[in-house]
Design a binder for this molecule. Structure first.
Ligand code: AMP
Ligand code: MG
Length: 489
């Protein structure tokens, strides 16, 4: 286990040409204090968890002192925001400290988010508010608990410094961890600037570190694109299956490693509604829940275009053509497991589609329904009242349940065996907006961080029944139904 001073930095991104970033130090945060420390994430970089209790910790992760071995920089990128190409974005408030190499050879980039202005800040203040920092911190760990690829977070350091958003809030700095923070937009900027040598350098660097098995191949760039297509397709399938809406799927928020990246106005769907838009600034619903799979492909097409100087047209379309079959295969596998089937069979699509339509028409909580479906009893004459009572149209449920029963009988699994398998794929606990909101209110109004603690513990094991925690699985109370989440963070 390492100390703060003995983390093993090996900053490969800082060795790339100067055109890829701006070197600069974080802006000190006045009177910083520790809001939260995530011992699990510390384990990723082999940092001794006791280091979280040292007074120096706060200084380092506020950005007030530099960790020995770090070489801070802001990364350059561009991207399509809501379909419109913006020629230059870049880390406007995030600062990459460097990459820590673990003994097992893993590489984790440490990034401070909210660490002050950079040359890419445009009109922004370079800060993040405590509210949005808590949302990112909790959701990264929640997604990880669900087994969905994501960035992670090590700590939140707060300050009473005022930050002006729709209201006056206070500043905080998040320490984010990811094997790479390279985005689709990191490639786009060099394509649009016609800096093809940089494009190739970036592609080869990403391949060397994250896709080493491709490094020696002549067709490596096309294979790399194909791999990003696979990962993105699988990620979209995971999001759809769990009911997660990202909210701002701009190409600068798309990870080249297929991680859930840059948590802003995200939301987990509660009452099932495929048109769910979690970001209230998204007036046309570009990033509505049901559009995510096609947006994933749209974004990949933008990446393919950016890589076009390195890849033939044919190879690029071949790679993109894989998206739909990979997405479909992964999605139906996930949904079959959620339904308790051993595998998805050809006749299962109408059963699933009809169920989703019923959930929508009856405004039924998506997560809780699937969790409860694990208790379905196959015995003839069994009413399955706990499920049935959720439906306004009970007759419609009965008709669907008959078809479901027949399908289960064909599979031949016993109720108990099937329930055990279903409980491992249908989470009991998700990060509902109102749960995050409660933790945020306690933190911002009372400086009380116990709720962050509780949620982290809970969401680490979202599939396990946890004694006395049932209330965390409840659908939103009345006061929380109108919570809107904006891009402002
Ligand atoms: P986002 O939509 O949060 O992913 O951010 C889009 C772009 O705006 C990125 O280039 C961010 O670095 C930048 N940005 C967002 N918030 C701020 C801020 N408060 N100060 C400076 N830049 C920001
Ligand atoms: Mg972003």
């Amino acid at each position: 286990m390492r100390t703060l001073e003995t983390l093993h930095f090996d900053n490969s991104f800082a060795r790339l040409p100067a055109a890829f970033y701006s070197r600069l130090s974080p802006t000190p945060l006045p009177d910083p204090y520790l809001v939260h420390f995530n011992a699990d994430a510390a384990g990723l970089i082999e940092l001794n968890p006791n280091e979280g209790g040292r007074p120096e910790f706060v200084g380092y992760f506020a950005g007030n002192q530099l960790l020995p071995g770090s070489e801070p920089l802001a990364m350059l990128y561009s991207g399509h925001q809501f379909g419109v190409y913006v020629p230059q974005l870049g880390d406007g408030r995030a600062i990459l400290l460097g990459e820590v190499r673990t003994r097992s050879g893993e590489r984790w980039e440490l990034q401070l988010k909210g660490a002050g202005r950079t040359p890419y800040s445009r009109d922004g203040d370079g800060r993040a508010v405590l509210r949005s920092t808590i949302r990112e911190y909790l959701c990264g760990e929640a997604m990880h608990g669900l087994g969905i690829p994501t960035t992670r977070a090590l700590s939140i350091v707060g300050s009473d410094q005022k930050v002006f958003r729709e209201t006056v809030e206070t500043a905080a700095v998040l320490l984010r961890l990811a094997p790479s923070h390279v985005r689709f937009g990191s490639f786009q900027i060099f394509y649009y600037r016609r800096q093809h040598e940089h494009l190739q350098t970036l592609a080869d660097d990403v391949i060397a570190h994250h896709f080493p098995e491709l490094a020696e191949k002549k067709e490596r760039h096309a294979l790399f694109l194909t791999e990003v297509v696979f990962r993105t397709a699988r990620l979209m399938a995971e999001w759809q299956a769990v009911g997660f809406a990202h909210g701002v799927m701009n190409t600068d928020n798309m990870s080249i490693l297929g991680l859930t990246f840059d948590y802003g106005p995200y939301g987990f769907m509660e009452a099932y509604d495929p048109g769910f838009v979690c970001n209230h600034s998204d007036h046309i619903g570009r990033y509505a829940f049901h559009r995510q799979p096609q947006i994933g492909l749209w974004n990949l097409s933008a990446l393919a275009q950016a890589l076009s100087p390195l890849i033939s047209k044919e190879a690029a379309s071949e790679a993109l053509d894989q998206y739909e079959p990979v997405f479909n295969a992964h999605y139906i596998t996930r949904m079959a497991r959620k339904l308790g089937f051993k595998e998805f069979q050809s006749g299962d699509a109408p059963l699933l589609v009809d169920l989703l339509a019923l959930l929508q028409a009856n405004r039924i909580d998506y997560t809780n329904f699937f969790r409860a479906l694990g208790n379905f009893k196959q015995a003839p004459g069994e009413k399955n009242a706990d499920l049935r009572d959720r439906f306004i149209d009970a007759a419609a449920f009965d008709a669907w349940a008959e078809r479901y029963r027949a399908r289960l009988l064909a599979d031949g699994a016993r109720d108990e065996e099937r329930k055990n398998a279903m409980d491992r794929v249908n989470p009991k606990y998700i990060l509902r907006n109102y749960l995050a909101q409660t933790a945020i209110q306690k933190a911002t109004l009372e400086r009380n961080y116990t709720e962050i603690d509780r949620l982290l513990t809970l969401l680490k094991r979202p599939f396990d029944e946890q004694p006395d925690q049932d209330h965390y699985a409840a659908p939103p109370p009345e006061w929380a139904k109108g919570i809107q989440v904006s891009c402002s963070s």
